[in-house]
Design a binder for this molecule. Structure first.
Ligand SMILES: Nc1ncnc2c1ncn2[C@@H]1O[C@H](COP(=O)(O)OP(=O)(O)OP(=O)(O)O)[C@@H](O)[C@H]1O
Ligand SMILES: [Mg+2]
Length: 408
């Protein structure tokens, strides 16, 4: 596969932080490569465990626990695909245990703090929305006088839309600030101007400081109260103007020299603005979409980077006219059964249908990314065709739930 170096034949051991929906692709890719994986997740029902050689029921945020595990398991590398906070845990633990790692702890901290990266981007002139740090509703009212409505209130150190709210008027501000501060690890929140306009994601890989863009996808998002939740990623993006340049500038500002990079942007009236950068593969099956779209095994590259292998810069070449990941949303309630997966999988262009949860799982109304029930990857002649194929397949998948009324 393009770019992924595989060294020797001895079984290598990889610690994978997270075994949730966001880690499924990398865990499966590692299994296919014959790598011994130890998957870490505090949720015993995490769907990614099915691809792991060994499961460790440990929180990915329990840094000491992760360090002890990595040491005891004599791992050759650590990776945090699809999830932010553990990116910094992985970098610090790798350094402590003298394991090779694509990013230094200082860089990882920048990559996992929405505030620290905003500060860096401001210094480097990377295009981004205006923002302010707030510790109270009074601070926020003051900041909004300059930033204006609508604005976005968020926790500076979380992901997956935890603590995130779109604020359209003064009446919504204090509640949103209290919500973000309560959710945050740090006791304060960020208020940002809303960049209105299409949203795109740049997935890239950096080799020795060379930023190689792989895919630019349109991110189709849900409406409030599920503000910001991705419902689909569609390639090629229709509104990519300036996105790659802004993403490259963002990666350079954070001094990322190696490994996968995932940059969220919105293309507003003033061009592409960086919402956020993560030093990892995307959590929405972005790496699998990348392979289907441009033939680059991004999960394999991320694994190679985690082992410190020499990596040849990938050479993306279109493999389809379009590709799309469409997320599945289930009706609230306890899952009884899912039907139609086989029929959906057999439709033209369908690469996979993933259902994240087993019967008994309780779905809540869609509010955050973690409330999604599954995903479909499709390819087609164009972006629109791929999305239409994924949509057609999604219609076949039926989630049968019970007791929904008691939960809503
Ligand atoms: N300043 C902004 N302007 C416009 N949209 C925004 C802004 N901030 C956040 N959003 C919307 O909310 C989504 C999530 O924002 P952000 O990445 O900051 O939060 P998150 O909790 O890290 O979510 P995720 O895990 O999806 O990345 C963005 O993809 C975008 O749709
Ligand atoms: Mg984000």
């Amino acid at each position: 596969m393009a770019g992924a170096a595989v060294e020797g034949t001895a079984e290598r051991r990889l610690l994978v932080l997270g075994a949730g929906p966001a880690q499924l692709g990398l865990l499966e890719a590692a299994q296919q490569q014959g790598i011994f994986t130890i998957a870490v997740d505090r949720d015993p029902g995490a769907p990614g465990f099915r691809f792991a050689s060994r499961r460790a029921i440990v929180s990915t945020e329990d840094e000491l626990g992760v360090e002890r595990l990595a040491d005891a398991e004599r791992v050759d590398g650590i990776v945090s695909p699809g999830s932010d906070w553990p990116v910094a845990v992985a970098a610090r633990v790798a350094e402590k245990l003298a394991l090779p790692h694509p990013i230094a702890p200082q860089t990882a901290i920048l990559a996992t703090s929405k505030l620290r990266q905003r500060e860096r981007f401001a210094e480097a002139g990377v295009p981004q929305p205006g923002y302010a740090v707030c510790r109270s509703p009074e601070d926020a009212a003051e900041a909004v006088r300059e930033l204006g409505y609508p604005c976005v209130v968020k926790a500076p150190d979380l992901q997956g839309q935890k603590g995130l709210t779109l604020v359209r008027s003064e009446a919504e501000l204090a509640g949103a600030v209290a919500f973000a501060i309560a959710a945050a690890r740090s006791g304060f929140c960020l208020i940002e101007q809303l960049v209105d306009g299409p949203e795109v994601t740049v997935n890239a890989f950096v080799v020795d400081g060379r930023f190689v863009p792989l895919t630019v996808t349109d991110r189709i998002v849900a409406e409030p109260p599920a503000f910001g939740v991705a419902l689909a990623h569609v390639w090629p993006a229709a509104h990519a103007d300036g996105a790659v340049e802004a993403a490259r500038a963002a990666a350079e500002a954070l001094e990322l020299r190696d490994g996968p990079v995932y940059v969220q942007l919105r293309v507003g009236r003033e061009g592409a603005q960086v919402v956020e950068l993560a030093a990892r593969v995307g959590g929405g099956h972005d790496a699998e979409l990348c392979e289907a779209a441009v033939g680059v095994d991004l999960n394999g590259l991320a694994i190679a980077a985690a082992f410190g292998d020499e990596v040849t810069p990938p050479a993306p070449e279109p493999r389809a006219g379009g590709a799309a990941v469409r997320f599945l949303v289930a009706p609230p309630g306890a899952l009884e059964q899912v039907t139609g997966i086989e029929q959906a999988s057999a439709l033209p262009g369908i690469r996979f249908v993933r259902v994240y949860r087993d019967p008994g799982y309780i779905y809540v109304p869609l509010r955050r990314g973690s409330d999604r029930a599954g995903a479909i990857l499709a390819t087609g002649d164009s972006a629109g065709d791929a999305l239409a194929r994924a949509d057609a397949a999604a219609k076949r998948v039926r989630f049968e739930t019970v007791n929904a009324e008691a939960l809503v």
